[in-house]
Design a protein around this ligand. Sequence first.
Ligand code: FAD
Length: 140
Amino acid sequence: MLVRLLYASRAATPMNEHEFGAILKSSREHNQAEGITGLLCHNEGVFIQLLEGGRNAVNARYKEIIDDARHKDVILLSYSEIAEREFAGWAMGHVQLSRLNRAMVLKYSETGKLDPYAMSGKALTGLFHELVSAGAIACS
Ligand code: FAD
């Protein structure tokens, strides 16, 4: 039983690259062991994360993530049962926002600004697909 979960949150305090790198590193270690794959994006103090994997593994990991004091205002954007993974290539891919342009975001949003609190889970998943196609996902 596979599921896909997408959420957004705000950093509790401004986060530097080193701190974000530590989250990515521990995410990759845990996720690989638990068969979880997905993408994590950090932009202007906002996180967007997509998790795919077994229902129990994803649910348990999401609960841990929600409890993490490094972020707040966690909002669940989408949760669905899936027949197959669409983001299987990454234990936790890092979405490189330097590859993101306004036209790409405008395709999926009202204003062209990347604001997950004003976008649907469906639109954000579409944007993540486009970023994958554009080669904008790093794995280390
Ligand atoms: P540790 O890493 O040792 O952490 C123990 C506790 O301390 C945890 O409650 C943790 O929340 C907290 N903690 C750790 N470092 C800090 C710090 N620098 N400042 C404040 N509190 C801290 N984990 C995954 O496994 N997979 C993911 O995909 C994933 N995505 C995440 C996305 C975001 C946006 C954030 C903020 C965290 C994410 N995490 C992820 C981390 C997750 O929330 C937990 O930290 C992790 O699961 C606990 O790892 P651990 O058991 O090795 O404990």
